[in-house]
Design a protein around this ligand. Structure first.
Ligand SMILES: Nc1c(C(=O)O)ncn1[C@@H]1O[C@H](COP(=O)(O)O)[C@@H](O)[C@H]1O
Length: 176
């Protein structure tokens, strides 16, 4: 039996998937069940409102919403759900995602969206994992252990990069 999704991963179009799949990958790395779907505030407003209103009743604990251009999806979901919403600005060919970033990040007071960097879907996934790691329930405690191990692996990678760079600098002839 597949586990019920804890995170809703939604995007304005299937064209956002190459970016948004990085969030899916991060969730999968931590064993978090999620659902993925296209939900557009512009193109299917009623369905979008319905998704946002029912998300918490279906057991979702957070929503990751990615959109490009005039990215109203994350903010509109945040307006109708009590769940935390993480917004991912998806870069398009024109304006390189600045339009999307500003659309998502400049929310009016009272309706927060946790905005990650342009194309930062991996961090959106990791932030959702951290949200699930808050608390003292079994899932939270197991995620806390995994997140600390993950931080250790990042530290080791950074050390390895420093070591490789020191070797490279030591062997490079800067005079030539
Ligand atoms: N920004 C939004 C919304 C929304 O915010 O509701 N719905 C679709 N879109 C965005 O339009 C871009 C182009 O979509 P198409 O590739 O389908 O033309 C996508 O990046 C999508 O997220």
């Amino acid at each position: 039996m597949t586990q019920a999704p804890l995170i809703g991963l939604v995007m304005g179009s299937d064209s956002d998937w190459p970016v948004m799949r990085l969030a899916a990958q991060a969730l999968a790395e931590f064993g978090i069940p999620f659902e993925a779907d296209v939900v557009s505030a512009h193109r299917m407003p009623e369905e979008m409102i319905d998704y946002g209103k029912k998300a918490h009743e279906r057991g979702l604990r957070a929503i990751i919403a990615g959109a490009g251009g005039a990215a109203h999806l994350p903010g509109m979901l945040a307006a109708v759900t009590p769940l935390p919403v993480i917004g991912v600005p998806v870069p398009l060919a024109k304006l390189d995602g600045m339009d999307s970033l500003l659309s998502i990040v400049q929310m009016p007071a009272g309706v927060p969206v946790a905005t990650v960097s342009i194309g930062g879907a991996r961090n959106a996934g990791l932030l959702a994992v951290r949200m699930l790691a808050a608390g003292t329930d079994e899932l939270a405690e197991s995620l806390q252990v995994k997140l600390l191990q993950f931080a250790d692996s990042l530290r080791e990678q950074a050390h390895a990069k420093g070591s490789a760079l020191r070797d490279e600098v030591a062997n490079e002839n800067f005079a030539s």
